[in-house]
Ligand binder design. Structure first.
Ligand SMILES: [Cu+2]
Length: 478
């Protein structure tokens, strides 16, 4: 087992107890039940205080959390492709909120960005979201207002849209990953928007959860083919996951189908807000255990989940390898030949290129990052001009230039884009995404059809970077 001491200082003991406790139980993962029971569609999401235990029936509850319908993570919303989502948001917080439906291609008025697409939902008020769901896939929802605190306290949940035909896997699992900054009494540390987090890699928690629980073991059958939907709901943490020697194929990224392929160097890299649908073939015999490990930070590796093989083997003779592709969603394909190009340059942060005086001045206002040379203050008042204005239904190339020493998951609202090149090298597989993780100093080229009119946000999804200036808007003329 890798060294976990750096990460689980607080919960290491409980974590180990939890692991050994889980080993003896033949239990279904909680999400297997939630998924099966989710067809009775929820109509209301109410924000408010929530308490949750890091272990099932654990005596110690996390305090200071906020949830939708008192659940951590929020309730699984599950629909079929083409369905209409109708959700009333009731705000039980003592501050404004909204819901952003991350990755859903929806009308601008439903995008949940305060002052841009709707007024903020004030305490005690409600707002009805209603829109069609054009794409199947794995998505999530969360506030788009005071996001560092509201997501940091737990407001976020999964949204799954099923393909018309069920995918041929034995089980469909969902792992909603999150991290929490807790003190010794399992209280959420209330130091949101710390300048150190803003200028570095965001707020990184000291406690990891999968579906609101500490890392734990689940039973799998020998030979079982799992579809695992990963969602990274953390404010700032990036995951880099390995799955022992099990055959793993990526079949979707950010909800959008991709040609099934083995992850690059065997690692699934997941920045904040990013999703991946994996097919994991549980090769091996009864009694085997395989660790799913994170090793994004050298020296801070930890075990995220454990797969315990038990029971009679699943017959795998008729299995296709690689696994079959998901049917494509109706996303328009950009035509690159004469596509107009725009560039967005991200700067700032610790050890960046900004001059010292500008950095000091920005810091005085809680800012550390620039978009095309200036910080864009996320004050919720929509006082910034669009970075670029696009004509409806035309194809565009956007070049993102990362002139910083940090990773940034850049998210575009209202559209999915093809990632076509990284550092000038054309990609063999050009995934459709809504969030692209840029490496430090990397240049990434994307392309998309601007088919959705409105003012859309374009920002880093490390929430402390967004609040620290790495934020922007682009306009698609209707
Ligand atoms: Cu960032």
């Amino acid at each position: 087992m890798p060294n976990t001491s750096a990460l689980f200082t607080l919960n290491r003991r409980k974590f180990l107890v939890g692991m050994s406790g889980a080993l003896g139980l033949a239990m279904l993962p909680p999400w297997a039940k939630a998924v099966a029971a989710s067809q009775d569609r929820l109509k209301t999401l109410k924000t408010g205080a929530a308490t949750f235990s890091l272990e099932p029936d654990g005596p110690e509850a996390v305090s200071g959390a906020w949830g939708y319908n008192e659940q951590i993570p929020g309730p699984l919303l599950r629909y079929r492709q083409g369905d209409r989502l109708k959700v009333v948001l009731r705000n039980g917080l003592d501050q404004d909120t909204t819901i952003h439906w991350h990755g859903i291609r929806l009308p601008n008025a439903m995008d949940g960005v305060p002052y841009v697409t709707q007024p903020p939902v004030e305490p005690g008020d409600e707002f009805e979201y209603a829109f069609d769901l054009p794409d199947a896939g794995t998505y999530w929802y969360h506030p788009h207002l005071n996001a560092t605190e509201q997501l940091g306290r737990g407001l976020s949940g999964p949204l799954v849209i099923d393909e018309p035909e069920p995918y041929p896997a034995d089980r469909d699992l969902l792992w909603f990953l999150d991290d929490w900054l807790l003190d010794q009494d399992a209280r959420i540390v209330e130091s949101f928007n710390e300048i150190r987090d803003i200028t570095h890699e965001g707020r990184i928690g000291n406690t990891i959860t999968v579906n609101g629980r500490l890392p734990h073991a689940i039973k799998v059958r020998p030979g079982e083919r799992l579809r695992v939907r990963l969602i990274n709901g953390a404010n700032g943490r990036i995951f880099s996951l390995t799955f022992g020697d099990l055959p793993v194929h990526v079949i979707a990224l950010d909800g959008q189908p991709v040609e099934p392929h083995e992850p690059d160097q065997g690692r699934v890299l997941l920045g904040p807000a990013m999703r991946a649908d994996l097919i994991i073939d549980c090769t091996g015999d009864d009694g085997r255990t395989v660790a799913v490990e994170d090793s994004f930070q050298a020296g801070r590796e930890f075990e995220l989940m454990t797969l315990e093989f038990s029971g009679p083997a699943v017959d795998r003779d008729d299995r296709q390898t690689p696994p079959p592709a998901l049917p494509a969603n109706p996303v328009p394909e950009p035509v690159l030949d004469d596509a107009e190009q725009h560039e967005v340059v991200f700067g700032g942060g610790m050890r960046g290129d900004l001059d010292r005086q500008k950095m000091m001045e920005m810091r005085r206002h809680g800012l550390a990052w620039t978009v095309n040379g200036e910080p864009v203050h996320d004050n919720g008042k929509h006082e910034h001009d669009p970075l670029f204005i696009l004509e409806r239904d035309r194809s565009y190339r956007i070049v993102f230039r990362n002139e910083t020493e940090f990773h940034h998951p850049i998210h575009l609202h209202g559209h999915h884009f093809r990632v076509i090149a990284r550092n000038g090298e054309k990609l063999a597989i050009k995934p459709l995404r809504d969030t692209m993780l840029m490496d430090p100093r990397e240049t990434v080229e994307i392309a998309f059809v601007a088919d959705n009119p409105g003012d859309w946000m374009l920002h880093c999804h490390i929430l402390e970077h967004q609040v620290g200036g790495m934020n922007g808007m682009f306009r698609v003329r209707g």
